[in-house]
Design a protein around this ligand. Structure first.
Ligand code: ADP
Length: 482
């Protein structure tokens, strides 16, 4: 067995604010079959400490960034968990990153430098009886681990950094540098210095033995000035040690044959079972019955997701004979655009502002298509749910959306491999043409059903990707030091 410690700030079901929690939560069980023994290290947030049962103290710090701390090891909701019990850093209610007023906790740099410090110590073998071969670090919160390992000549742990979203970088004032406990030489271009500041993600990208991101196309995009968000130069230098591995989904939670959130369950042989779900959606969103496609959206309502452009294109959606059921929350200004559109197009556009897991399942189970016009999308999950539920993904050709959906062009339709619609640019004109294209495909029930079935038979589980991670862990574990 290869021994890997995943280091992150979130892991579903213990704590989740984004898709990275799903990945951290899904990998340990999926990797078992591939001979990988994965434990997880998390900050001891209240929800994490509560879930830890019968844990033992395995490492103590008299002073970890301003207070005493312990590493507690034990089982928690299926994880083999190492929690950093440091109340002065982590024992706070609510969102892990943001104070009740809505701004970041001012000591976030300490909270996540501490995570890196402790994870590096685990990699060094300071936890008696626990030998780690690879530290798998997730996003900027865990990225400093790689710097602590790399600047310690006695630490031979191997490190892999996974970037779930390059937009979140963990950038802090240079004045924190002396507190980090790194040698002066680390504050350099080829170290953790980042445009005159300290960059946590940058440090990880510089120091980790390997970098992954969550789709091959996103791996390409982040190496370009357009997608690199200030880090493309460094990423180009590291191109040879950068891999894209797409996320999987939990195919038990997301299974239309057993899903309790649906009005009616169905499978590839019983697509007619989707009809009662459509009726339930129409009722919930106040929509009239119609002959054209019923589109849905399940999304954060943000710039990244292209929601401002979609909101501006809704008249065209209705003109093309479509209807829309939208579930989402996010930027207040974008929320208003959608609620306004719903009042302009009563019966054709229905909007629910909020976060509702059960309703998100129903939308996938009864809508004809899911719209995902993201400006960038590292991997994306909702298109994978759409494939599994026969809810045809209509997506922009970026990141993981480009990698997981086969566009219904003539060749793909003729070969029977189309699984959705892709469009090249996120602007109003393109969206308008895409609505029209979707409507005309939908008017051919056989072609539409072929796309649904093609999507439903694709393997969107963790199986394949877990195998890729396992192979990478072995490769990195065998890498020579230096
Ligand atoms: P991101 O992590 O960038 O928001 P993803 O597509 O990777 O985008 O993951 C989003 C996840 O959040 C999906 O599981 C999606 O179903 C869920 N989601 C987003 N908005 C809502 C909502 N308003 N209600 C329920 N689930 C939502």
């Amino acid at each position: 067995m290869t021994s890997v410690l995943a280091v992150a700030s979130e892991a579903y079901p213990l704590l989740k604010t984004g898709g990275l929690a799903d990945v951290v939560g899904a990998l340990p069980p999926a990797l078992k079959a591939h001979g990988i023994d994965m434990s997880v290290m998390l900050p001891g947030y209240p929800a994490v400490m509560k879930a830890l049962t019968g844990g033992k103290t395995v490492l103590s710090y008299p002073d970890l960034f301003g207070g005493p701390a312990r590493v507690i090891h034990g089982p928690a909701q299926g994880f083999d968990l190492y929690a950093i019990d440091a109340p002065h850093l982590y024992d706070r209610p609510g969102n892990p990153y943001v104070a009740p007023g809505g701004s970041d906790w001012p000591d976030n740099w300490m909270r996540f430098a501490a995570l890196g410090r402790v994870a590096a110590d685990a990699g060094k073998g300071l936890i008696s009886g626990y030998r780690v071969q690879v530290l798998h670090l997730h996003d900027w919160q865990a990225a400093m681990t790689a710097a602590y390992v790399s600047y310690d000549p006695d630490n031979s742990a191997r490190t892999i950094l996974t970037v779930h979203n390059l937009a979140f970088q963990g950038q802090f004032a240079a004045s924190i540098f002396p507190e980090l406990g790194l040698p002066q030489s680390a504050f350099a271009l080829e170290g953790i210095e980042y445009y005159g500041d300290v960059g946590f993600l940058k440090a990880g990208l510089q120091c980790a033995d390997w970098i992954t991101t969550v789709s091959p196309t996103y791996a390409e995009e982040i190496c370009t000035p357009g997608g690199g968000m200030g880090l493309d130069g460094l990423l180009r230098l590291r191109r040879g040690t950068l891999t894209g591995i797409v996320n999987g989904i939990d195919t038990e939670i997301w299974n239309p044959e057993t899903d309790k959130n649906l009005a009616k369950t169905y499978g590839p042989g019983s697509l007619k079972g989707r009809a009662p779900n459509k009726v339930a959606i129409e009722k919930r969103f106040g929509l009239e019955a119609g002959n054209g496609p019923l589109f849905c959206v399940v999304s954060r309502l943000t710039w990244q997701k292209g929601m401002d452009i979609l909101a501006a294109s809704l008249d065209a959606l209705v003109r093309a004979g479509g209807r829309l059921a939208l579930l989402g929350s996010g930027d207040a200004a974008v929320e208003v655009l959608f609620t306004d559109a719903a009042s302009r197009h009563t019966g054709r556009i229905g909007v629910v502002i909020g976060y509702d897991e059960a309703l998100s399942h129903l939308l996938q189970g009864g809508s004809d298509a899911i719209l995902i016009p993201s400006r960038f999308e590292p991997c994306g999950l909702t298109q994978l749910y759409g494939l599994r539920y026969g809810c045809v993904p209509v997506v922009s050709r970026v990141g993981g959306l480009a990698d997981t959906i086969v566009d219904a062009n003539d060749a793909a339709l003729a070969a029977g491999v189309a699984s959705g619609l892709q469009f090249a640019t996120v602007d109003q004109d393109t969206l308008e043409r895409t609505f029209a294209r979707a409507a005309s495909l939908y008017a051919d029930p056989k072609a539409w059903q072929n796309m649904q079935l093609q999507g439903m038979k694709m393997d969107v589980s963790w199986g394949r990707s877990a195998g890729r991670y396992a192979a990478l862990y072995r490769q990195v574990a065998a890498m020579k030091v230096g």
